[in-house]
Design a protein around this ligand. Structure first.
Ligand SMILES: [Zn+2]
Length: 274
């Protein structure tokens, strides 16, 4: 490439990058509920805008200030059909009917995301289930999990497509930054306390499996693979396949190419030994 062309290409490239950056910032400003609160995160988040709307410090606001060293994420539904992210945030801010509950993030009906508590502080979201005595696990949940509340349009508790996308992007981002596996470290509120939350995804276990799979795919879309074991339903077959040399036992939840499928069938029927 001639020097002049090279410079032209470099200048054009820089221009495109600058335009992209400006567009990104404008986009973030437009999509925030309060533009002045749209934050510049200390990490590169590729999903919807995250608006900083931190709760006032204090136990009555669900923000005790105790430190958190998270080992995973707990997903909730707000159990208030049609309510907005901001309304739920204000419910926590105003003391949540004396319960002092909270969460780290709320994903809204338009896919907007509010940040209520920094990730290195505890939120009060996965303690004792309604009417159930404190269990050992319930005592430690808030000291070990980040909490995400998700808004939903109706009483089934199913998330809308745009909300779902923001949730999986946000959770993928958290998993990447903390080194969490979506299959091992992302839980329903139901999994850690027995509460029917998030309702639709307790009633429909396959929809919950799909969420974890979509989080996994969102992580891999950026070229980072989080290793996880095979699903419970596939475990027996997987172990057989490894023991019989059909697969090398890596990437259990990854997609297979046509040549990988054919090679596995070839090995399974013993054609490679004949
Ligand atoms: Zn919950």
């Amino acid at each position: 490439m001639k020097t002049t062309y090279k410079w032209a290409a470099l200048t054009a490239g820089a221009g495109i990058l600058a335009a992209g950056a400006v567009g990104y910032l404008i986009e973030r400003k437009r999509s925030g509920e309060k533009t002045e609160n749209v934050i510049r995160l200390p990490w590169a988040f590729r999903g919807a805008a995250i608006t900083d709307n931190l709760l006032t410090p204090g136990a009555s606001h669900g923000r005790t200030g105790q430190k958190l060293s998270a080992k995973g994420v707990v997903i909730h539904y707000v159990a208030n059909p049609g309510s907005t992210a901001l309304a739920n945030r204000n419910y926590f801010e105003n003391g949540s009917d004396g319960n002092g509950t909270s969460c780290h993030y709320i994903v809204g009906l338009q896919g907007e995301i509010l940040r209520l508590i920094p990730e290195n502080e505890r939120a009060m979201h996965a303690g004792r289930a309604y009417g159930v005595a404190w269990t050992e696990q319930a005592k430690t949940n808030n000291a070990t999990y980040l909490g995400i509340e998700v808004c939903h349009p109706d009483k089934t508790g199913k998330f809308s497509a745009v909300t779902y996308k923001s949730l999986t992007d946000l959770t993928a981002d958290i998993c990447k930054r903390h080194g969490f596996s979506p299959y091992r470290d992302v839980q329903r509120h139901y999994d850690v306390t027995g509460k029917m939350c998030p309702l639709y995804y307790v009633n429909n276990p396959s929809a919950w499996e799909q969420i974890k799979s979509d989080i996994y795919n969102a992580i891999n879309a950026d070229g980072q693979v989080t290793e996880a074991g095979p699903s419970e339903w596939a475990k027996k077959a997987w172990e057989w396949a490894v023991a019989n040399g059909v697969t090398d036992g890596t990437r259990p939840r990854d997609r297979a190419t046509r040549e990988e499928c054919i090679s596995m069938i070839y090995r399974a029927i013993g054609a490679d030994n004949s």
